[in-house]
Write a protein that binds this ligand. Structure first.
Ligand SMILES: Cc1cc2nc3c(=O)[nH]c(=O)nc-3n(C[C@H](O)[C@H](O)[C@H](O)COP(=O)(O)O)c2cc1C
Length: 335
């Protein structure tokens, strides 16, 4: 089913998209099938190259086939396996997406390729640096986001980044999972949205089936940011970014003193790894953001894209009705 209306923005123009929607490069979750499904639906799907597992990346690029997609990396992890950027560029992606770390060692190579450079930032300082490095598109990620992120909230961060980005399109990320969020982002001056949580339980996502069920049942009240799961997974993330996940038993047990988890020893970490393998979401991490409130069913990614667009178009079309007549406004003054 085609959405009734289209939203045309500098992002759709720049990337040649029907819809101003990017799906996030979720490590281990956003494989070739999800990215291709989002791109076929009119957005741009981005494969989550994550921490740089070559075998995984080759398989998922194969799964995307000839469909135009983007490829994302966690920048500090890419610095440890820089050859993966060549593998990615050889695929001829629409864009390379980098987040979390110093993009300078990679930006030049991407700029000299046929792929566009998308940089995700969490602060104004990072946004300035991204523009200086020649980003084609800047993603402003608020702390509501699922996964790793910073401390600033989407609502004030996005317009501030828009104000400094000039002609560079800005994409809003963090807490956007329905058409109301997309419409709000466009009103803030963003040229589109990047959604992760919205696609976490999609049919094509590689999330564990139990994690998809947990996401569908959860509300945004039940998420937290912590270092707990990075410690449990043995990932030495820079202190600048922590991880938003569902608040489960394991997070409750260790969030107040994550360093004691590091000291707890092999047995706890082995038990954690076993819980992950078994899909025990009381212990294993379920990486979603506050917008999990709006994830209510497991469905094809294309249905999510279409609903985002049709709801946003309807909301924007209805916007003039929010302007109440002066007399009614006067009545409410002083109440
Ligand atoms: C399961 C999951 C995994 C993620 N993994 C990555 C990642 O590997 N690299 C990255 O740049 N961002 C990652 N993110 C963050 C996204 O890029 C994006 O900023 C975020 O999903 C947007 O907020 P939302 O979850 O509210 O839509 C991840 C997000 C989720 C939900």
């Amino acid at each position: 089913m085609e959405p009734a209306r289209y939203l045309r923005t500098p992002l759709t123009e720049r990337l040649g998209l029907r819809h101003p929607i990017l799906s996030a490069p979720m490590a281990g979750v956003a494989g070739g099938a999800l990215a291709a499904a989002v791109s076929r639906a009119g957005g741009l799907g981005i494969i989550g190259g994550g921490y740089g597992d070559r075998t995984w990346l080759e398989r998922e690029l194969g799964a995307a086939g000839e469909v135009p997609i983007g490829i994302g990396f966690i920048t500090w992890a890419l610095a440890r396996r820089p050859e993966l950027l060549d593998l990615a560029l050889d695929h001829g992606p629409v864009a390379i997406f980098l987040s979390f770390g110093d993009c300078r060692p990679f930006a030049r190579k991407v700029r000299h390729s046929s792929s566009l450079l998308i940089l995700q930032v969490q602060t104004l300082e990072q946004a300035r640096a991204a523009i200086d490095e020649g980003a084609d598109i800047v993603v402003a990620q608020g702390t509501e986001a699922g996964g790793h992120g910073g401390r600033r909230a989407t609502l004030p961060l996005v317009p501030a980044v828009v104000d400094l980005a000039g002609a560079v399109p800005v994409v809003a990320a963090g807490g956007i999972a329905d058409g109301r969020g997309l419409a709000a982002a466009l009103v803030l001056g963003a040229a589109g949205v990047l959604c992760g949580t919205a696609f976490f339980a999609s049919r094509e996502a590689l999330s564990h089936p139990a994690a998809k069920q947990a996401a569908v049942r959860a509300t945004g009240d039940a998420t937290l940011r912590s270092r707990v799961f990075d410690i449990a997974r043995g990932l030495d993330w820079p202190a600048e970014w922590d991880l938003r996940t569902l608040r489960n038993r394991f997070a409750e047990r260790w969030a107040a003193a994550p360093d004691s988890l590091a000291a707890a020893g092999e047995e706890v970490l082995r038990a954690y790894a076993e819980a992950v393998a078994a899909g025990d979401v009381g212990t294993a991490t379920v990486i979603v953001g506050e917008a999990v409130d709006l994830v209510r069913r497991q469905e094809p990614a294309a249905a999510i894209v279409e609903r985002l667009v049709s709801e946003a178009a309807a909301r924007l079309g209805d916007a003039p009705s929010l302007l109440a007549p002066t007399s009614r406004r006067d009545l409410s003054v002083g109440v």
